[in-house]
Ligand binder design. Sequence first.
Ligand SMILES: N[C@@H](CCC(=O)N[C@@H](CS)C(=O)NCC(=O)O)C(=O)O
Length: 203
Amino acid sequence: MKLFHSPTSPYVRKVMILLQETGLLSRVALVPATGTPVDPGSMPLAQNPLGKIPALERPEGPALYDSRVICRYLDDLAGGKLYPPAPALWDVLVLEATADGIMDAAILMVYEGKIRPEDKRSPEWLEGQWAKIARALDALESRWIAHLSGHFDMGQVAVACALDYLDLRHADRDWRADHPRLAAWHAKVSERPSLRATVPPAA
Ligand SMILES: N[C@@H](CCC(=O)N[C@@H](CS)C(=O)NCC(=O)O)C(=O)O
């Protein structure tokens, strides 16, 4: 299999952690890809018409894309380690969707700052994206700590990737200040070998 990859993408990192946790890493070759919405660069357009990574080429069918689809596929291949059966599955998927939503808003903020010309940038829009992240962080702090502290699953992987991406791109917002229980959980989960092996390079 071939995984279109960038070491700073939090979505790609979800897949990389799953590959480490399931022992499937050696079955996947990494293909570097970079690009943005205004310049797709070396993004895998033939594999993913949306021009995004991760995308996964596999032998038995068309390429898969969207990290959630790829992670479900690889976990199924590995015999189901990080997604439990329903009904426990629903909590894991909501947690993963919450973390992916943090990444989505955080990346849109990066694009606004890097890609949009300075005179066209919207501070209100930026703060609107941060408000989504802040609400999601509050939900994690108030409702999800028990789940996060339980059996390791894909929801936890996604939240860890989202928090590390905030550290990488939005450290000035200091997400830890108002979320002490989430910060304590993050410090602990970051010791896992699969997370240590995939820490994004400094910006
Ligand atoms: N929902 C997608 C999001 C993937 C995504 O946005 N990836 C970024 C890299 S971190 C990307 O490819 N951006 C290029 C673009 O939006 O054109 C997933 O979970 O895989």
